[in-house]
Design a protein around this ligand. Structure first.
Ligand code: MSP
Length: 543
């Protein structure tokens, strides 16, 4: 009998504009998506993480021109020098990386457009309205704000604080208004489609206020950096209409090969699409309508996370508050980066970044809480048992408590991940870190080691503690992959098999083999000297 097919889990990040290098806001989206992907992989699912770059549109064209180069050369350079290296910097295990200038994307965007045109969902009309190149978005009066400083007296884009442009041209329109009711019905039938709840309510009331048709092309007379409209080469595709399709072109949409069709059938609809709240409407309104028009299913869930704030404002390069991810990882490492942003900020809400908070949590939670626990337990197994794991004897209440806390941590964390509550999952794992630290303090193995009479008790305590570490290594593998791998090797990878092969569901079951060699463990989170900082956005020691 053949094994049951693996459940598939398809998670996507937004694709990033290549007008500039990444900052930690972008890295935050990547890391959250990667933790989800790794978690599901650790569960034994066929987990697929897609990320990539959004390379067309006026914004990129202008940036390239300002840098005296072509948009393609500019995009190539940024992808090579900044966006691909970001994945290494923050340890992302993505299964694909799509660029919207690739033929596999461009050709199939055209197929999609042609299909919608043939089905009567696209028509030509006159467009007049406001456009923000920074957002690459058409703006209504409600999206504008009063300008300040040099823009005093002018209405500006509320996000970029810069004037919008007045457009008047003949464009092609997508009949978005026809999907108002189908979308409302879909939201009602799929209450988890938009998360968190506050984001869902916001989108539902937006759609209830009524949808207008969407201009999906721009005349080449204005600029030409985009995908040609297949039936009219005097127009290019609106960059968002092009960009949203990456989620399906990357997994084989439009490709007739057997492999591509099988991949598409396996992965679509996506399980969860992670986006920042600023781009939620594109993903929760326009995107599902586009898919419905093409008779494709919308994704199962779109999750809108909050913003990283610096000085109370959304961190951004254009407002000069951007911090490069490497500024953090060079000092603290990629594991700490991943842990910090996902633990300190409730996923779905905004969070303020500060170097002080990062340093404090690194020290107390990672170095002292987790790292020290692992080093101490392993060092004691070496000191008292020459590195051979002692067997467990009779279990007392305190030992059972650890095992129960471990079981509960696995269950609670696993459920939290299904709710995309990554911070809650990590908090659940930390109950075990805290409980184990407490256990070692109370059991005092160094005292038990002083007498032959308590030798058996010492064996049990160190066995229980090592099993607890084993649970932590499996649970933390998606969050801090490097530290978890080191711990796993120390615990005796040779007798346990690869960490990646350990099912999460069994993380709290006894799995270590008595007598097996435990290797020495170098510090998981080395001490870091941090200079006094004055501002939330300044780097420690970088004076
Ligand atoms: N190219 C579009 C997305 C197209 S998806 C089909 C885009 N790109 S972006 O580079 O501007 O932003 C990518 C992601 O980074 C968005 O999800 C955005 O919310 C996120 N972030 C940008 N700044 C951020 C913070 N300060 N904090 C958290 N996330 C932020 O939009």
């Amino acid at each position: 009998m053949s094994a049951a097919p693996k459940k598939s889990f398809y998670v996507t990040t937004p694709i990033f504009y290549v007008n500039d290098a990444p900052h930690i806001g972008h890295a935050y989206t990547e890391v959250a998506s990667d933790v989800l992907a790794r978690w599901h992989r650790q569960r034994g699912e066929n987990s697929f993480l897609l990320t990539g770059t959004d390379e067309h549109g006026e914004k990129i064209l202008r940036t390239a021109a300002a840098n005296k180069t072509t948009p393609q050369a500019w995009a190539d350079q940024l992808v090579q020098d900044s966006w691909l290296p970001l994945l290494e910097t923050i340890d992302i295990d993505n299964q694909d990386f799509i660029r919207t200038t690739e033929p596999r994307h461009e050709a199939n965007v055209q197929k999609f457009l042609q299909l919608l045109f043939d089905k009567g969902f696209i028509y030509q009309g006159a467009f007049e309205g406001n456009y923000c190149v920074g957002c690459e978005e058409y703006k209504t009066e409600a999206d504008l704000a009063d300008g300040e400083g040099q823009f005093d007296g002018i209405r500006v884009c509320a996000i970029h604080s810069k004037p919008v442009e007045r457009l008047k041209e003949t464009n092609y329109f997508f009949k978005l208004s026809e999907f108002e009711q189908p979308l409302l019905d879909f939201y009602a039938a799929n209450p988890k489609f938009i998360q968190p709840e506050s984001a869902r309510n916001e989108v539902v009331s937006f759609v209830r206020r009524g949808l207008t048709d969407l201009s999906i092309s721009r005349s080449k007379e204005k600029f030409d950096w985009g995908i040609d409209i297949p039936w009219d080469d005097s127009h290019i595709t609106y960059v968002w209409f092009d960009a949203l399709l990456n989620y399906i072109t990357a997994i084989g949409y439009g490709d007739d090969s057997v492999e591509a069709q099988a991949r598409f059938a396996e992965l679509w609809p996506a399980t969860v699409q992670i986006v920042g709240k600023d781009i939620l409407r594109f993903h929760a309104v326009i995107w599902p309508a586009m898919l419905m028009a093409a008779d494709l299913q919308p994704p199962t869930q779109v999750f809108g996370h909050g913003w990283l704030l610096v000085g109370g404002e959304k961190m951004s390069k254009s407002k000069l508050t951007g911090i490069a991810p490497s500024q953090i990882t060079e000092t603290f490492g990629s594991d700490a980066f991943r842990y910090y942003f996902l633990k300190a900020i409730s996923f779905g809400q905004d969070g303020s970044f500060s170097w002080e908070d990062l340093s404090a949590r690194y020290q107390s939670e990672l170095a002292n809480g987790f790292g020290n626990l692992a080093s101490r337990v392993i060092a004691m197994i070496h000191r008292y048992f020459e590195g051979a794991l002692p067997a467990e004897g009779d279990l007392l209440e305190a030992d059972m408590r650890i095992k129960n806390v471990a079981k509960a941590a696995v269950e609670t964390a696993d459920k939290a991940i299904d709710e995309v509550a990554i911070h809650e999952a990590i908090a659940a794992i930390w109950t075990l870190v805290d409980e184990l630290n407490n256990y070692i303090t109370v059991q005092e193995p160094w005292v038990l080691a002083k007498s032959d009479e308590t030798r058996e008790r010492l064996q049990t305590v160190l066995n229980v503690a090592a099993e607890g570490l084993k649970t932590l290594a499996v649970l933390m593998a998606p969050v801090t992959p490097k530290a978890a791998a080191k711990l796993w090797v120390a615990l005796g990878q040779s007798s346990l098999g690869d960490l990646s092969a350990q099912p999460l569901s069994e993380a709290a079951n006894n799995g270590l083999i008595a007598g097996a060699a435990i290797a020495e463990l170098e510090g998981l989170f080395p001490r870091i000297e941090v200079a006094e900082t004055t501002s939330g956005a300044e780097k420690p020691g970088a004076n």
